[in-house]
Design a protein around this ligand. Structure first.
Ligand code: PHE
Length: 530
């Protein structure tokens, strides 16, 4: 049992918090997903849409998550309980809405989703707003299961690069090498457990001596490594094709779908919608400026996504490879690309590349697990070490199923049958299902809950009080006066001026929930845009 009234740990400084939160945000979403999602959605034009999504929805939700966490000074479940009166009209409406959704899905034969909608509705009726916090404890297990698997692959591929075992020169052997390893059961599971173990060992030491210290060391390393790779990539002859693939805006490819893809990507990439940022915010003290920290985190994440594109596409295109999606791009095309550069250093570039993804994945996995750990500590009164042990153990066991089923779904026939019955997905592995389910359903649901909570329950007034604590007088500046360079002009401070706080309030109350609901409906196939 934890002693009562123990002083809550806090980040040592703003920089530590910003680096840790940026570490959470910068992960597989940037290095893996962003480049190909951008490529598929019209390159530069998509980047503009993505920036819009980050600024208009990502930024306000990030501000809300940090404010909720800091105001409550507790884990996500307790935070929603503390800051609300439990149930309210909005939660009842939401529950009812989900019940109706469950009936509809059931009629369409989507039993799995119907079951999940039904369950979430019941939890909402029973626990009110704390449901959003409960989601934050459930979602990590889903995300960690595939994150741990990929994290394990990156460690293995780092060593394979270093020991020159990735010296294939054609696509077929690259694929063969990857399939043999990822389907190997023993090694794949070993490296997945190793990745989870490393994640746990950082959290074990707590906020200041664990997460903050690791982030201060790993984040600069991440930047150095990606800059090295970019320099190699963009100086290859023919690299400009890759740069224009990424940056030339092709507005004809912008469709309503691009907006939705951008929003989903923004949520995943900024770590929003599952309490990771609420948890990190809860370790922040009241002198720190939430607005400027949020801005720095989202700028770092977006900047890094662009850097990842610059490291990957010029090299891939210069070597005449196909920039395909997902695991294939990182684990097959990239080593192959490095091998064909012809400087006999392919092994070194591969090792650097996989080490880079490993660090990015590690700092994200840390934040995903910490949400659960903090919850066990604050809400269920566990000691940190016990909380870390149980979280990592459970998430690792869950992940083993993912790990062994990536290529060979038939290893888990009963589970496969059950999931195919529930979700109707026949050719997807458990791995794909976890990825798909958490990114497309759980995170948007969490994001919706957070914006509705701040906009309609806790209230913008409270959120603003929290924001003003860190010296954010910026919230009350007339937005147009700020743009016009008249920030301190007394006459520009009229009562009818459009202040940043007003803009934030409108975004949170209306724009953000409506956008998330649209994405959600689109994801479950109830909104078609063609
Ligand atoms: N933001 C991380 C990435 O880009 C993933 C993540 C999602 C981390 C949700 C924490 C919470 O890979």
């Amino acid at each position: 049992m934890k002693e009562k009234n123990q002083v809550r740990e806090h980040w040592g400084g703003s920089l530590g918090f910003i680096l840790a939160a940026a570490g959470s945000a910068i992960g597989l979403g940037n290095l893996w997903k962003f480049p190909y999602v951008t490529g598929q959605n019209g390159g530069g034009a998509f980047i503009l849409v993505y920036l819009l999504a980050v600024l208009v929805i990502g930024f306000p939700v990030m501000v809300c998550e940090i404010s909720i966490g800091r105001s409550a000074q507790s884990d996500a479940i307790s935070a929603f309980q503390k800051l609300s009166t439990g149930k309210s009209g909005v939660t009842h409406m939401l529950g009812l809405f989900l019940m109706l959704g469950a009936c509809g899905l059931f009629c369409f034969g989507k039993y799995g989703l119907a079951g999940i909608f039904f369950l979430v509705a019941l939890v909402i009726f029973r626990f009110g707003w704390a449901t959003v916090g409960i989601l934050s404890v459930v979602t990590p297990f889903f995300i960690l299961s595939f994150y741990g698997t990929v994290g394990g692959w990156t460690i293995a591929y780092f060593f394979k690069g270093l020991f020159q075992q990735l010296n294939f020169t054609d696509a077929a052997s690259a694929e063969q090498t990857f399939a043999t390893f990822a389907d190997s059961f023993g090694p794949a599971v070993f490296f997945q457990l190793l990745f989870m173990g490393i994640t746990g060992s950082v959290i074990w030491f707590g906020i200041k001596n664990g997460i903050e210290l690791a982030s201060k060391f790993l984040m600069p390393l991440l930047l150095v490594f990606i800059l090295i790779l970019i320099m190699r990539s963009v100086t290859l002859p023919g690299a400009s094709a890759g740069i224009s693939y990424l940056l030339t805006p092709d507005f004809s490819q912008i469709t309503p779908h691009s907006f939705l893809a951008a929003l989903g990507q923004a949520f995943f990439s900024l770590s929003l919608g599952m309490g990771a940022i609420i948890t990190y915010g809860s370790y922040l003290d009241s002198e720190k400026n939430i607005l400027s920290s949020s801005l720095m985190i989202i700028v770092a994440d977006t900047f890094f996504a662009l850097l990842a594109g610059l490291a990957i596409f010029p090299a891939v295109m210069a070597m005449g490879m196909e920039p395909s999606a997902g695991a294939g791009l990182a684990f097959q095309v990239m080593p192959l690309t490095f091998n064909s550069i012809g400087d006999h250093l392919g092994w070194l570039w591969s090792a650097i590349f996989f080490f880079l993804i490993f660090i990015a994945a590690l700092t994200s996995a840390i934040s995903i697990a910490e949400g659960c750990v903090t919850c066990l500590i604050d809400h269920f009164r566990f000691r940190r070490k016990n909380a870390v042990f149980w979280t990592i153990l459970l998430a690792s066991l869950f992940g083993v199923f993912c790990s062994i089923s990536v290529f060979n779904w038939n290893r888990l026939p009963a589970l496969q049958k059950a999931l195919v019955w529930a979700f109707g997905a026949s050719d997807n592995s458990l791995f794909d299902l976890m990825d798909h389910f958490s990114s497309n359903y759980l995170l948007p649901l969490g994001g919706l809950g957070i914006s509705l909570f701040v906009g309609w329950q806790w209230g913008m007034r409270h959120a603003l009080t929290e924001l003003r604590k860190g010296g954010s007088e910026v919230t009350d500046i007339n937005f147009f006066a700020l743009l016009a360079g008249l920030k301190d002009d007394p006459l520009s401070k009229g009562t009818h001026s459009l202040t940043l706080s007003l803009i934030l309030g409108i975004l949170i109350r209306f724009i953000s929930p409506i956008s998330v609901i649209l994405v959600f409906l689109y994801n479950i196939g109830w909104l078609s845009l063609k």
